[in-house]
Design a protein around this ligand. Structure first.
Ligand code: ADP
Length: 171
């Protein structure tokens, strides 16, 4: 039936397949950019075996930052958080990373929200000391990844490409 592939395409999520080849939204926050940690952060995802499918430097609008963090509205640090993300003192480096279980694995690479609890070896555990300046964001669930990729990127900005060495990363 001709309509089937079109239907399947419409069902396809921007965040991929939960528990399979997923996509997640990762952002270097302005403090990470100021502290020259962009390369280090990209390196950790790249060398783990993940594929960069979208990237841009952006100073988010207040509207974008508030939507991104809408679940935290009402928390005492919300206004400060939005100000920190939107100041323009340095851009946010917005990215989409793709690969097997990348949503959960990305959170493991990043480490706990509070750097005091983030294990050494994780990005936050190795590079920061304050919860208010914790250098990186990563989607915390499939639903968040869907929402956040859609908020920060247009469909045409997310590039589909194949690893030449895919069989050496995923069996
Ligand atoms: P995560 O970024 O690990 O998903 P949350 O969604 O709980 O964590 O919080 C979002 C961001 O809000 C944190 O990364 C941090 O920048 C900021 N934040 C969280 N808790 C605090 C706090 N107590 N004081 C200041 N900023 C905070």
């Amino acid at each position: 039936i001709k309509s089937q592939p079109a239907h399947a395409e419409a069902q396809k999520s921007i965040a991929g397949v939960p528990g399979g080849i997923e996509r997640t939204f990762i952002a270097v926050k302005p403090d990470g950019t100021q502290r020259f940690l962009i390369g280090e952060i990209i390196k950790r995802f790249e060398t783990k075996g993940y594929k960069l499918v979208a990237i841009k430097a952006i100073v988010p609008s207040r509207t974008l930052a508030e939507k991104h963090y809408e679940d935290l509205k009402g928390r005492p640090f919300f206004n400060g958080l939005v100000k920190y993300m939107t100041s323009g003192a340095a851009p946010v480096i917005a990215m989409v990373w793709e690969g097997k279980d990348v949503i959960r694995q990305g959170r493991r690479l990043i480490g706990a929200t509070n750097p005091l609890e983030a294990q050494p070896g994780t990005i936050r555990g190795d590079f920061c000391i304050s919860v208010g300046r914790n250098i990186i964001h990563g989607s915390d669930s499939f639903e968040s990844a869907e929402k956040e990729i859609g908020l920060w990127f247009g469909k045409s900005e997310v590039i589909e490409w194949e690893f030449g060495n895919a069989e050496w990363v995923t069996a």
